[in-house]
Design a protein around this ligand. Structure first.
Ligand code: COA
Length: 159
């Protein structure tokens, strides 16, 4: 059985993330979406909220597991005996960041491979920060985020 981990902050998950996850399920038998509890970021959603949102979105996908992790990704992969990381790339700056991350992970865990999917063109301009601004200032976000994400984000940014 082929298994991959798709890690990220997902604060919040965008349609670009969901597209990478969906496409990942066509490639791998099982996908673990791993929400990073990143101590150096100040997320809008707690890790528990992000896990709950993703679980709701992928409730009908039995081959997608949602989890949270703290600490190094390579350690999480080792604990789960997974050897493939799946990430999306939108543009050149993602490539620079992702290549650094993949090389650092490879240096720490030589058996770990990172596989990249190119973001589809319609998602290439979307980021979690842009979405937070669009929703905060009541812009049209329907094509950028899942309705569940939009609802939770509106509730969160209003409170
Ligand atoms: N479509 C749309 N947006 C995307 C995207 C896609 N396919 N891929 C990335 N993004 C955007 C996100 O919206 C987000 O936007 P923002 O900067 O405006 O918030 C940004 O790119 C990155 O977010 P995301 O993909 O959610 O995760 P990340 O880059 O914050 O995650 C980890 C990085 C979690 C994988 C990495 O930090 C990690 O492994 N951390 C654990 C500690 C560790 O092991 N560090 C490495 C040591 S070498």
């Amino acid at each position: 059985m082929t298994v991959a981990i798709c890690p990220g902050s997902f604060d919040p998950p965008t349609n670009g993330h969901l597209n990478i996850i969906e496409r990942g399920t066509q490639i791998f038998d099982r996908l673990i979406v791993a929400v990073a509890v990143n101590a150096s970021k100040a997320p809008v959603f707690s890790a528990d909220d992000r896990v709950a949102i993703l679980r709701e979105i992928f409730a009908n996908k039995p081959n997608v597991t949602i989890d949270a992790f703290e600490g190094l990704m390579v350690e999480y992969a080792r604990q789960h005996n997974v050897h493939v990381i799946l990430r999306g790339i939108r543009n050149l700056s993602d490539y620079e960041y992702e290549s650094q991350l993949a090389l650092a992970n490879k240096a720490m865990s030589p058996g770990l491979e990172t596989i990249f999917l190119m973001a589809e063109g319609r998602y290439a301009h979307i980021s979690s920060s842009i979405i937070k601004d669009v929703v905060r200032y009541s812009g049209k976000a329907a094509e950028m985020i899942h309705p569940i994400v939009e609802q939770r984000l509106r509730e969160k940014l209003r409170s």
